[in-house]
Design a protein. Structure first.
Length: 327
């Protein structure tokens, strides 16, 4: 028959006291393995304290995040150019439309640098404001940390990432978190279209012409674009297909009116330069008195040239001249 010697009993008491003291100074629960390592105790020590109702042992689910959101600075929406504003207005109207006979599918045809990504971001923000969520598909080669960070900076801690390079544990944890509604945006390659995103309201496919959206090497064989459109039918979502060089099939469907065609013909910098040139001939208003600014009020002269009306006591300088006009 086994009996505990006084020294053994003292050792047990000392281990329990050390473990209890460690836990008292913790703000959050710690893993049993860490507590055992730091106090030199074993599992029976923790069990003994739990039986005395001095500590609590419970299982906590720990999920691994494949993308760290720490250190990402939140960014604000950019000012849209007129072409961007027109495209965004059409998408926003469809997002707000409640009763649809068919899912709205937009082809956003924009040259490189025309600001398609900014439209995606603002459309996603509008989707979230309406209580919905989104999925963004990008080619595998474009799924860089910079791309993910651009979306994460608009939706801090609300962006999930799914791709084939994640470990099975990371894929499982991310999948569960998405299903539980913890993310507003899911971003990934073609397989991300199957993410269990609840309350889906928007699906974006960037560079929709890329062949990598088609899986034909193994089952199931599918094209992510076709899956996205069918998913939109089932969920009442809006689809945006973005590309500078659309797929031939997509372009024909847009030309035939099956898809809504939105154009961004100029790069953002080009459009702003053209706008600046257009405004170059507008009169510049000087401040008549300190703290008082006068607004330019355009009017059309008899010869069809734009001029500016002149309030009293305000001085004007025409563009390219430093001489004040004569009274």
């Amino acid at each position: 028959m086994y009996s505990m010697t006084p020294s053994t009993h003292r050792d047990r008491v000392a281990e329990q006291a050390a473990l209890l003291e460690l836990l008292v100074w913790q703000d959050e629960p710690i893993p049993i393995s860490e507590a055992r390592q730091r106090t030199g105790s074993d599992r029976s020590t923790a069990n003994a304290l739990a039986k005395k109702d001095l500590i609590e042992i419970r299982q906590i689910e720990i999920r691994q995040q494949p993308f760290a959101h720490q250190g990402i600075t939140r960014t604000l929406p950019l000012h849209l150019t007129p072409d961007q504003e027109a495209a965004f207005h059409a998408i926003r109207s469809s997002l707000r439309e409640k009763h649809r006979t068919a899912p709205p599918v937009f082809l956003l045809h924009g040259v490189t640098g025309s600001g398609k990504t900014e439209i995606y971001l603002q459309a996603l923000a509008e989707t979230v404001r309406l209580g919905k969520r989104g999925i963004v598909l990008v080619p595998e080669i474009s799924l860089t940390p910079q791309t993910i960070e651009r979306f994460a900076s608009r939706f801090p801690n609300r962006v999930a990432v799914l791709h084939s390079q994640l470990s099975l544990r990371e894929q499982f944890d991310e999948w569960q978190s998405i299903r539980d509604g913890q993310f507003d945006v899911v971003i990934g390659p073609r397989s991300a279209v199957f993410a269990p995103q609840p309350d889906l309201g928007l699906i974006v496919i960037d560079e929709e012409h890329e062949w990598t959206y088609k899986q034909q090497e193994q089952s199931p064989r599918y094209h992510a674009r076709d899956v996205a459109i069918k998913l939109a039918e089932l969920t009442g979502s809006v689809v945006i297909l973005g590309s500078a060089t659309p797929d031939v099939e997509t372009w024909v469907r847009a030309s035939d009116g099956e898809l809504d065609l939105l154009r961004l013909p100029l790069a953002v910098d080009q459009e702003r330069v053209m706008l600046a040139r257009h405004l170059a001939g507008v009169a510049v208003v000087a401040v008549a008195q300190a703290g008082c600014a006068c607004a330019v009020r355009p009017r059309l002269a008899s010869n069809g040239v734009m001029s500016a009306s002149r309030p009293r006591k305000a001085r004007y300088a025409s563009a390219g001249s430093s001489e004040p006009p004569r009274e």
